[in-house]
Design a protein around this ligand. Structure first.
Ligand SMILES: [Zn+2]
Length: 281
């Protein structure tokens, strides 16, 4: 719940030497037990050494994109190759996968594997994480329900869940009974969402929002940097518990797939750095 989010923010703001560790600890505590188990295992070297390809194979059991979708995604990414050999290759306007801004001002891109595209979600029927998570403890800035979420690029709003209703314990039991299978449940787990269409098959998704900014509705045009909403924990069980899971889940969709699909989390991270115009790390 948001009370816990505020508590974390206060700890961050005090600036004592151990505040980041404390905040991280609180954030960890706030996550579900399943998430804790998954992330703890990821922090161990043995787990990180797992070959990404093997993980990707498993991940396709949940949200297996069709061959056609994968081909479309690859086509969209391959379209960049010829463009980069032309003289205007550095112009972000010519490359649909460049020219984005980080959707939270001054945030860094998490190094935490569980926050990256391609990360395995073993506790969700071996699902795969399709985007980037921005949690306060891993993103260099305060992230709470008052932090503006910015449109990553100019575009057209094609989804805005203005009449969203929070999930309940009964919903969570239904997700568990279904073993997290099916696109409908995955959509419910993303909570209150906004989608922005940037043309040429590129859509950005903003998930788990606590609120959507005024004027953001289907059919509205938004400018890069415009406030479109605020982080929350909608779609997560923390929304009805005392725990805190406030964060932004952000995706760059490419056709029917997503940026970094089929790549390791670290490779996907590099693609996002490029999309944001940030230097390689
Ligand atoms: Zn996420």
């Amino acid at each position: 719940m948001f009370v816990a989010a505020a508590a974390v923010a206060v700890i961050q703001a005090t600036g004592s030497d151990d505040a980041p560790a404390q905040a991280a600890l609180e954030a960890d505590q706030a996550e579900t037990m399943e998430q804790q188990a998954a992330e703890q295992s990821q922090s161990q070297p043995q787990a990180e050494a797992q070959p990404a390809a093997q993980t990707d194979e498993q991940q396709h059991t949940v949200e297996a994109p069709s061959d056609q979708a994968q081909a479309q995604a690859q086509d969209a990414q391959q379209q960049q190759a010829p463009a980069q050999s032309e003289s205007e290759a550095d112009d972000p306007a010519d490359d649909p996968l460049r020219g984005f801004i980080v959707p939270i001002a001054d945030a860094c891109i998490s190094q935490h594997e569980g926050h990256l595209p391609g990360a395995n979600r073993a506790y969700r029927n071996d699902g795969v994480h399709e985007g980037l998570d921005f949690y306060e403890w891993a993103s260099c800035v305060v992230i709470d329900e008052f932090t503006p979420i910015l449109a990553a690029k100019d575009g057209l709003v094609i989804r805005a869940d203005l009449n969203y209703v929070d999930i309940t314990p009964d919903d969570w039991a239904r997700f568990e009974a279904a073993n997290w299978a099916g696109e409908e449940i995955l959509d419910e787990l993303r909570g209150r969402q906004v989608y922005i269409d940037h043309g040429r098959g590129i859509v950005t998704r903003y998930a788990h929002l606590s609120a959507i900014a005024q004027g953001v509705a289907v059919g509205a045009r938004v400018q890069q940097g415009q406030i479109i909403g605020f982080p929350g924990e909608s779609g997560q069980r923390e929304v009805y518990t005392d725990e805190n899971d406030v964060h932004l889940h952000f995706e760059i969709r490419v056709g029917d797939g997503w940026l970094g699909q089929g790549q390791s989390p670290q490779q996907a991270r590099q693609l996002y750095l490029h999309a944001f115009g940030l230097p390689d790390e």
